[in-house]
Ligand binder design. Structure first.
Ligand code: SF4
Length: 329
């Protein structure tokens, strides 16, 4: 499938539903099984070389979206077209080969590194799976990447176990592993969430540096809006499985349009103690994804909700070049 040259990734009407397991007693007495709509009809595009941020609170479905886009999780329905290939149609060996073109950086570097494997072996693993290079060539490639990532002396890091590394060094190793097959696309799932504030900016800088060098396209998932502002070109805001606003980062931060985006932005601390900003608060907790409210899914918490909001689900509409799903915008 040919897309316009600029578009690298096109996601169309993507859904991911999980059946909730219930005991047979509950199934008999409470009837129908429940379904979690983690990703509920999501469409977006990412340009080649662009970083699209996906922000939202816990339970918004952003992590499931990231994993489904690279088929770590199988989509329930929808299309994922990456670099003119329909990923949703790939199977078996063809899918396995395609996997060297995309990768993921997980949130918790300690949990994503096997504690019983040496760092060199961990980073070499994707090369072995895809049968790339000889043993010596793999080692040379890893050592040069370690040098670039300030994991020096590289030979020493190659032979270390993960527990002897700091949090920042572990995340550098995770990034090195993600890049070792020269992918074109990376899903970064909260890559700085487990790191100290002082290390976060170093990791974000490293990600920007390697993006230029490796000509990468990023899907950057985060709840850290300051990090998103630093690294992203455009930002999509997710709420209960759906994107409710998507725009250039300058527009989102300068003038958020959707009430939920306004609430998220009003929570960002201002570094000047003399400047006050009105803090908007959503009502209550995010509803369960097994029971998404009828009408606008945000209406149970929205401070501006009207009657129409309880009945009709707003579509994502183009408003001056940005997409917003709200009846009142
Ligand atoms: Fe709030 Fe209504 Fe807009 Fe939904 S559609 S965000 S409930 S104003």
């Amino acid at each position: 499938m040919r897309m316009n040259e600029e578009t690298f990734l096109k996601v169309e009407h993507l859904r991911k539903e999980f059946d909730l397991k219930v005991s047979w007693i509950k199934a008999i007495f409470k009837g129908k099984k429940k379904t979690v709509k983690a990703v509920d009809d999501v469409s977006f595009e990412i340009k080649r070389g662009e970083t699209l941020g996906i922000v939202g609170e816990s339970g918004s479905g952003k992590t499931t979206l990231g994993r489904t886009v690279i088929r770590l999780i199988e989509p329930t329905s929808g299309k994922i077209i990456m670099d003119n290939t329909d990923l949703t149609k790939l199977k078996g060996d063809v899918l396995r080969k395609a996997r060297r073109d995309f990768s993921i950086i997980f949130q918790d570097p300690m949990a994503s590194l096997n504690p019983y494997m040496r760092i060199g072996k961990i980073v070499s693993h994707p090369l072995e799976i895809h049968n790339i290079g000889t043993k010596q060539e793999r080692k040379e490639k890893i050592l040069s990447l370690f040098e670039k990532f300030n994991l020096t002396p590289p030979e020493e890091f190659y032979n270390r176990f993960p527990k002897y590394l700091s949090g920042g060094q572990r995340q550098r190793v995770v990034i090195a592993r993600a890049l070792i097959t020269n992918p074109k696309f990376i899903v970064a799932d909260e890559p700085t969430a487990m790191l100290d504030v002082s290390v976060r900016s170093q990791i974000l800088k490293l990600m920007i540096q390697v993006k230029e060098e490796f000509k990468l396209t990023y899907l950057f998932i985060t709840h850290d809006l300051a990090g998103a502002k630093y690294i992203c070109d455009r930002i999509g805001v997710m709420y209960l499985g759906r994107i409710i606003e998507i725009a250039k980062k300058e527009d989102i931060f300068k003038e958020p349009l959707h009430p939920y985006t306004k609430i998220l932005m009003s929570a960002i601390p201002i570094p000047d103690p003399n400047t006050k900003r009105e803090k908007l608060m959503p009502k209550g907790e995010i509803p369960s994804a097994t029971n998404i409210p009828k009408g606008c899914r945000f209406h149970t918490r929205c401070p501006f909700a009207k009657d129409i909001c309880k009945e009709q689900e707003p579509e994502l509409r183009d408003i001056g070049g940005r997409l917003v799903a709200c009846h009142l915008v």
